[in-house]
Ligand binder design. Sequence first.
Ligand code: ASP
Length: 353
Amino acid sequence: MMKKTLTVLSLSLGLLLPLSTFAKNNVVVVATGGTIAGAGASSTNSATYTAAKVPVDDLLKAVPQIQNLANVTGVQALQVASESITDKELLTIARKVNELVKKPDVNGVVITHGTDTLEETAYFLSLTVHTDKPIVVVGSMRPPSALSADGPLNLYSAVALAAADNAKAKGVFVLMNDDIFAARDVTKTINIHTNGFASQWGALGTLVEGKTYWFRNVAKRFNNASEFNIENIQGDALPLVQIVYGSGNMLPDAYKAYAKAGAKAIIHAGTGNGSVAKNIVPTLNELQKQGVQIIRSSRVPQGFVLRNAEQPDDQYNWVVAHDLNPQKAKLLAALALTKTRDAKEIQRMFWEY
Ligand code: ASP
């Protein structure tokens, strides 16, 4: 039964039971696969295993303590390793979460996810799901079969966060290794240790023994303040956006090939301040004139790309990705392209999200 119904019931019956007996929120765990649902051949295989094996019911049963935090139920949305997530899977997750947050008896949602593209799904949800209910994306760096597996505590903390009333209207979170990160600026920084995630702007808070401790808020637009709406996206594909990685001695061929393949925007993961090599500039300008948006991000993990600094963006009609890394810039560009083809309008979105 729902929290509010029970509270009313206990009051109207004049029961002297503590309200905390009934005060549990309802949290749904949407399982999508990843290492948190992986299985290795032995307990010493902390890095060699197959992702996406364990079904959601077993994940929940392995951490019975979560039922003390909330009334937790599970849904198996997907069972994949997250490097294989395409627009189709991304939209499946977003539609599922959108459907759940609309239910009055759901107070929070946890998504168990592979860590490779966890940051992308989290950012996409923050852009497309209109809600103030906590949405938490969680993974693990070791499979459940390994010694000192990190998944169970991460799941426990994720449920605690999704059930926390003080987590409402703060955005979509990534919970890893006790840290509460904002979806927009968290990124996977280490591919082998349990402290695999970080944000250049720091964590929003930390979660210890099922309790939240907050330190900052997100300054950009998300969830209810987002102009993007999952319900306006038809079919299983977003406008095609691809990334080209900058390096010395580059050839322009990759940009041309992606444009030929139908890319509507190309994220240039440039060196330094999103810089573009001299021999690449004419190709990017040619593609821009053909209607392909050129968006300058950086291969440098920290800082942000300054408009009109290394390149005359106003003159070329290019966009800068601000502090979004290339993979997040790719998602914002795809959503932006569902609304406009105007580079100035796309630039506005990159400042605001
Ligand atoms: N390749 C895995 C995945 O992203 C890694 C992980 O979950 O940690 O699904």
